[in-house]
Structures are given as structure tokens and as C-alpha cells.
Design a binder for this molecule. Sequence first.
Ligand SMILES: [Zn+2]
Length: 199
Amino acid sequence: MPDQHRIVVPAQSGRSIRVSRGDLVRIIDPKGQQVADLWAFTSDMKDWLSTSNTRDIGERLFPKPGEHFYGTTGEPLLTLVEDASPGPHDMLYPACNHALYVRAGFDDHPSCQDNLHKALASEGVSLPFTPDPVDLFQNSLPQPDGRIDVFASINPPGGYVTLRAERDLLLVVTACSVDHYPTNGGTCTEIEVEVMAVR
Ligand SMILES: [Zn+2]
């Protein structure tokens, strides 16, 4: 019988999740239109999910089911097993961050970048930099004229993706904090993560 547990990532926050090689990880948007940022680090913290390597090796803006997310050394860290959402997803944008909110006129606002580092701190990990995240359910495909902008997510309530860990990993998932722009449909809500250990 698979061993399963579920983590709720409250609105505008982040959580760390340790998974073992072979585990299935389902990232669910229960209320819909909520972007989830995802980071993956090897448990020794020597490698992490690289969006640029993933675009390069897969020769796509985002993997298709069956394809991998790669680390900085080109090793597969995660596989996209199932996409039960209409997409699109993003691998071009950084995490929302303090400077972005200051530019938007908010001096004190939660951000995915701060929430990543808080979640890592809860694991005793301090990073001097911020890898770019995988922005699940983010509706920001490049326009034909080369422009990029973020539109309201079209993910319906319950839309999810399922990933398989190809290494023992420390994952961080944030429920994106943007509430001044259409990104999350105008309301920030929670994200749920289900880990299924198949033994
Ligand atoms: Zn964000």
C-alpha cells in the first residue's frame, strides 16, 4: 500500500518537503487560479533544479509529461508524470521578490523568494542566492511579438500536476503572494502537496 501524506501550503507562504527517490509528488491548486512556485534541491544541497538547463536539454519552454526537470549538472531530478491542468506553466520568470513589490509600491509584502528562504531556514539551510523557480499554473506564455506578461491563471479548482522524484530531494513549494496583479486571479489561496511513497 502506498504511504501517503498531504501538506497544506497556506496562501502567501511556503513549505519544505523532503522526498525520496521514486516518490510521487502531486501539487494541487484546490481553489483554482493559484500559481505554485517549485524548487528542488538534492538532499546534499550540491545541485538544484535549473530552469535554463531544463529548457535547453528538453528543447521546450516546459517539459511534456514523461519528460524531466534537470539539475545544473544535467542530471534529471524530477519527471513530469501527469499534467491534470490546462496549463500553461512558466519557466521564464523569477520568483516574486521584495524588490518587485517595492517597485509596485508595497514596502512590506510577502514574496515567494522570502518564503523560499524561510522554508529553507526551517531545514537549517541558508543559500546566498535564489534559483529561478518552476511557476506551476502561471499564465505567462511569450507573445508573438516577443513580449512577456503575466495574465490570470486559467487553472480550474483541483487542477494539479504529478511529479516523480528521481533523487532524494528537498522540495520547496510556495503559494504565490501576488495580489496586486491578475496572476493568481485576484485572490491568493492555498496550495496542497500530496506525497505518495511507492514501496
Ligand atoms: Zn510569487
